[in-house]
Design a protein. Structure first.
Length: 264
């Protein structure tokens, strides 16, 4: 029988009973990680849960790398995010910016009532970023909680074209799914599609640039893919997973220690 909870059960708040939660140590500075993802189309070759799946995989990989005695807890994930840019493709399920804001605020308020004073957000969907940023400012001002943002960093050895215009259902996301859940990937449906080329005129880009423009997927992609999905391999995914997990673990440790030092 499969285990009903993640491997990090001792840190996972939904797996604990009332007395266990009440007795958790160092609530004044120990981070509670809230993973925020999305359910949205990822081209014809990937499942719609990619972003939420990846957030949970990062936790599965990063948490075992923490010092065993470091207090750190995990809240239930938010699996549906602000994904209205993918409207028009089957499989996209999203909430409004206002709904996401209210949900995040509500979770923070309840954690605060439980006695926790440090919320660490691990976001795995770009469309959530703006909402998370201004909502976390509200959490700071309203509740006085410390808020940390856990950022992933990956040394992606991909082409310049892919780094610039590969940002959805791309080489990296496809490689990660091939490494973690190959049965959910249909590489026969993977295509390479970019919204533009590196050598094109102009400075505006849809992502990863000082000047960006608003877009919805159906305006810049026929398939729902922005990137070179056929270039993906499981070997790349495993390599990038290892590096990313180490950076997430380092970020969790740094956030916890900074919070502890701030109270000393």
């Amino acid at each position: 029988m499969n285990a009903p909870f993640p491997a990090y059960r001792d840190r996972y708040l939904p797996a604990l009973c009332l007395a266990e939660i009440d007795a958790l140590p160092h609530k004044a500075w120990a981070p509670v990680i809230l993973q925020v993802g999305a359910i949205e189309q990822h081209g014809p070759h990937l499942p719609v849960a990619v972003d939420s799946l990846l957030g949970q995989i990062w936790l599965n990989l990063a948490l075992p790398l923490l010092p065993p005695d470091l207090p750190c807890y995990v809240a239930p994930p938010v699996t549906i995010g602000k994904s209205n840019e993918h409207w028009g493709f089957p499989g996209t399920l999203f909430v409004s910016k206002d709904t996401l804001r209210e949900l995040l605020l509500s979770i923070a308020r309840q954690l605060h009532r439980w006695g926790f004073r440090h919320l660490a957000v691990l976001n795995s969907h770009g469309g959530n970023v703006a909402v998370i940023n201004y909502t976390m400012e509200e959490v700071r001002s309203e509740l006085g909680m410390r808020v940390s943002t856990l950022r992933g960093a990956w040394d992606l050895d991909v082409s310049r074209q892919e780094l610039t215009y590969g940002f959805h259902a791309n080489e990296a996301e496809t490689s990660w799914l091939l490494a973690a859940a190959p049965g959910l990937v249909d590489m026969s449906q993977a295509v390479c599609e970019y919204p533009a080329q590196v050598g094109d005129d102009g400075m505006l880009r849809p992502e990863f640039a000082p000047a960006t423009f608003a877009w919805i997927t159906r305006d810049i992609s026929r398939s729902g893919i922005m990137g070179d999905a056929p270039a993906a391999t499981a070997e790349k995914g495993l390599r990038w997973f290892r590096g990313g997990a180490e950076r997430y673990a380092k970020g969790i440790v740094e956030a916890a220690l900074k919070a502890r030092e701030a109270l000393s």
